[in-house]
Design a protein around this ligand. Structure first.
Ligand code: AMP
Length: 192
């Protein structure tokens, strides 16, 4: 069973690579950002609660996000494994995730970060904003807020998973296929 956390700054290519890995290894792909966007579009209670935060580029409060994640996991069991894209993003979420994974007997295989420099990310996100229309990709201010949230709240997880011997990083720069190959190489090594 393969259970992966895909980790990286906004715009690092997590979503693209997670879809690739989902197909290759027949995993369930849970993107907390996608779940929030779907709920916001459908104007559900969860969507209404999350909207103000996501539109400003801030993290949605932990309690809301953690219970949503557990629901998504429950709905997709049994499964060959999961790829988590955009969760956890805080130490609180990581602690809760450990509990949830052990409750459902889903051993964590690895946390893999896609490394891309901030300058390249800003360019990628502004370009993506023109195509996707995502509210949080529209201005440099919102992008900076997201990068700051990442630095303050998410980056400490590198050490967190490092201490558990579960942290790996891969360069997220280059062609999409090239980056996918780097990920597959790493996963094959981990699985040996
Ligand atoms: P993403 O698509 O992963 O860039 O997420 C888009 C937005 O959804 C983020 O900027 C947050 O507002 C919210 N979000 C997604 N995942 C989380 C999370 N794990 N914790 C808190 N907020 C999240």
């Amino acid at each position: 069973m393969l259970n992966l956390i895909l980790f990286g700054k906004p715009g690092s290519g997590k979503g693209t690579q997670a879809s690739f890995l989902k197909n290759k290894y027949d995993l369930v792909h849970i993107s907390t950002g996608d779940v929030f966007r779907k709920n916001i579009k459908n104007e559900t209670d969860l969507g209404l609660k999350a909207k103000v935060y996501t539109e400003q580029g801030e993290l949605v409060p932990d309690e809301i996000t953690v219970s949503m994640l557990e629901n998504e996991i429950k709905q997709n069991l049994p499964s060959n494994g999961f790829i988590f894209d955009g969760f956890p993003r805080t130490t609180f979420q990581a602690n809760e995730m450990n509990k949830i994974l052990s409750k459902y007997k889903l051993p964590l295989s690895a946390t893999v970060a896609l490394e891309v420099s901030d300058n390249l990310l800003k360019d990628r996100l502004l370009k993506r904003g023109k195509i996707s229309g995502r509210a949080d990709d529209q201005s440099e201010d919102k992008i900076l807020t997201r990068l700051n949230e990442y630095r303050k709240k998410t980056e400490p997880l590198i050490q967190y998973y490092g201490k558990m011997n579960k942290f790996y990083s891969v360069s997220g720069i280059g062609e999409i296929d090239e980056i996918s190959l780097r990920l597959v190489d790493l996963i094959e090594k981990i699985q040996k």
